[in-house]
Design a binder for this molecule. Structure first.
Ligand SMILES: [Zn+2]
Length: 179
């Protein structure tokens, strides 16, 4: 993790991220969104439903790809010619243990939905950045926030976005945001 991220909640960075939130996050629409999503099951005229939530399901694709990469290496190491990866050698054993991890991750992707506690109307620009970071976005500009009980600027995803923008304290664009 870069030093900038580690210092993400320093006083200066809280000022910077506070400005970012003030500019990009407009208002709390939790009550309306919760009501509409609940009614969408019975009312086909509802403006949106859970089907419209992007990133609603957990995405394990990066982790799965990494485990599959390790499997590919093991296939080359096993000397059994069948390539079934069940000859019982150490490489095959490791291959199978990786496979059960992959299976678990795939089940989680299919079954587990992300949870949200608050809905916030945000700019479409900010929504796109949140979406790229795996946050749930509804109807293009509503952020379904998975945390609550702390200031939005303290959410790690906000620090990550500020880092992407290079506006954290000491980064090249920070001078426009500090004062
Ligand atoms: Zn083997």
């Amino acid at each position: 993790m870069s030093n900038y991220l580690q210092e993400g909640n320093s006083g200066a960075n809280q000022t910077i991220k506070g400005k970012l939130i003030e500019r990009e996050v407009f208002c709390n629409v939790s009550t309306e969104v919760e009501y509409i999503l609940r009614k969408a099951y019975e009312d086909t005229n509802a403006p949106y439903s859970y089907d419209d939530v992007e990133n609603f399901y957990i995405d394990n694709s990066d982790e799965i790809a990494e485990l599959e990469g390790k499997q590919d290496e093991l296939v080359l190491l096993c000397t059994d010619e069948s390539n079934d990866m069940d000859c019982g050698c150490d490489y095959c054993m490791r291959y199978q243990s990786l496979q059960s991890q992959i299976d678990d991750l795939e089940v989680e992707e299919e079954e587990e939905q992300q949870e949200w506690y608050e809905a916030w109307k945000v700019s479409t620009w900010f929504a796109d950045r949140l979406k790229a970071r795996g946050e749930m976005i509804l109807d293009g500009d509503i952020w379904l926030r998975g945390t609550c009980g702390q200031a939005i600027l303290l959410d790690y995803v906000v620090t990550q976005i500020a880092h992407d923008m290079e506006i954290l304290d000491g980064m090249k664009n920070s001078k426009f945001w500090r004062a």
